[in-house]
Design a protein around this ligand. Structure first.
Ligand code: PLP
Length: 422
């Protein structure tokens, strides 16, 4: 029982029923795609620590950049001060992102990057003298984070709405416009709520934590077209998809669209430090450029643009420039598609889907997650099924043998779900 575990006395763990959960495994070291446990075992990481460690763990180039920065200036406040790591990172992100997404606001987590994006959209309308636009149009199946505003735009059924109810701001939800009827419905909702909506938010190409649900670029293009038609800023949450995960550096490139506001985090520092960014176009930024001090964007986290984190992110971008990450993502995708194909049509398996370096297997009904997790660990892999899916999002640098081990484990463990009890 977890209550016998001495660590349970002080640590409160994420999304965990502390009374029921198996004690966590103790990690003592990482290298490449491996997590080394206190008992000496090594696990091949199939999910790159919540999709962050795209270059594998402990990449020497990132480690050296962080160590160098640690010796000169680990942190300095960002109010009234600036520093080269942040200046350089902002201009590099602006150059890499499509269109004129040129204005970068740094924060320290994905959820807060989403909060800032929502606040930016609402304040943009306030600055224009339109006070009634305080609601956001979001899509069913989405996940945007765990803070108040972010929770309010997560899936209204499976998200945390049901638990927190009236505590959350009330938003407007639609299905992704996959069909003509859904496109017409979205158009209608946008028209009906026109005077109260501030923005549209969506995860481009894949709804990650909501269940690894993928949609084609045309769906994203439709959302962008309708948002524009109704004069609403489009916020793309690329926190999961950014930095090569879908096979392009940013998912929005595949639809040929440029959002008004874009959120980044997860792989931004290559999984080394907490950092996030909310990036706005020149038009959005201009909405805050004023002789009126109260029109300024009202946000400023204590640790924003932390120099260590910015140094890590700059080093991560060096690696995207000098090493073939996008080709690696595509090669992983091909291997995932090929290997997971064996599960298609098997008992208990509803769907197998892949996109970029993401492979997901959906069960016909939620399996016993605790049992599945334990079986993966027995097989020497770190894979974390949730809800009714199991997925792989390995480091883009994963070695072929490690990737094969992950795929074999998923095929063996998921493939037996429909044939064994529980
Ligand atoms: C993880 C995630 C977030 C939240 O990021 P945190 O750093 O956990 O706050 C928001 N949006 C998406 C799409 C994510 O995958």
């Amino acid at each position: 029982m977890a209550t016998d575990d001495p660590s349970a006395a002080h640590l409160w763990r994420p999304y965990t029923q502390m009374k029921q959960a198996a004690p966590p495994l103790e990690a003592v070291r990482t290298h490449g795609s491996r997590i080394v446990l206190a008992n000496g075992r090594e696990l091949v990481d199939g999910i790159a620590s919540w999709w962050t460690a795209v270059h594998g763990y402990n990449h020497s180039h990132i480690a050296a950049a962080v160590a160098g920065q640690l010796g000169t200036m680990p942190h300095v406040m960002f109010g009234g001060l600036t520093h080269a790591p942040a200046e350089r990172l902002a201009s590099r992100l602006a150059a890499l992102l499509p269109g004129d997404l040129n204005h970068v606001f740094f924060t320290d987590s994905g959820s807060v990057a989403v909060e800032v994006a929502l606040k930016m959209a609402v304040q943009l309308w306030l600055n224009r003298g339109e006070a009634g636009r305080t609601r956001i149009l979001a899509f069913r199946g989405g996940y945007h984070g765990d803070t108040m505003g972010a929770m309010s735009v997560c899936d209204p059924e499976e998200g945390m709405h049901r638990r927190f109810g009236a505590f959350l701001p009330s938003q407007v939800f639609c299905d992704l416009p996959r069909t003509e009827a859904e496109t017409a419905a979205l158009d209608g909702v946008l028209a009906r709520h026109r005077t109260e909506l501030a923005a549209v938010i969506v995860e481009p190409l894949v709804q990650g934590a909501g269940g690894m649900r993928m949609h084609p670029p045309e769906v994203l293009a439709t959302i962008a077209r309708l948002a524009r038609r109704h004069g609403l800023p489009l916020i793309l949450d690329e926190i999961f998809t950014g930095f090569g995960r879908t096979g392009t550096l940013f998912a929005c490139e595949q639809a040929g669209i440029v959002p008004d506001i874009l959120c980044l985090s997860k792989a931004l520092t290559g999984g080394t430090m907490a950092l996030a960014a909310t990036v706005a176009t020149h038009a959005v930024f201009s909405g805050f450029w004023s002789d009126d001090a109260s029109a300024a964007l009202m946000h400023g986290p204590t640790f924003m643009a932390n120099p260590l984190a910015c140094a890590a992110a700059n080093a991560s971008l060096d690696l995207f420039a000098s090493e073939p990450r996008l080709e690696q993502a595509q090669a992983i995708g091909a291997r995932l598609a090929d290997g997971l194909e064996a599960l298609r049509g098997r008992p208990g398996i509803a769907e197998v889907r892949t996109l970029g370096a993401i492979g997901a297997v959906q069960f016909t009904r939620p399996p016993d997650l605790g049992a599945l997790k334990a079986r993966f660990v027995e097989r020497g892999v770190w894979v974390r099924p949730f809800g009714d899916i199991v997925y792989l999002t390995p480091a883009l640098t994963i070695e072929r043998g490690d990737l094969d081990q992950l795929i074999e484990a998923v095929v063996a463990v998921a493939g037996s779900v429909g044939t064994t009890a529980g």
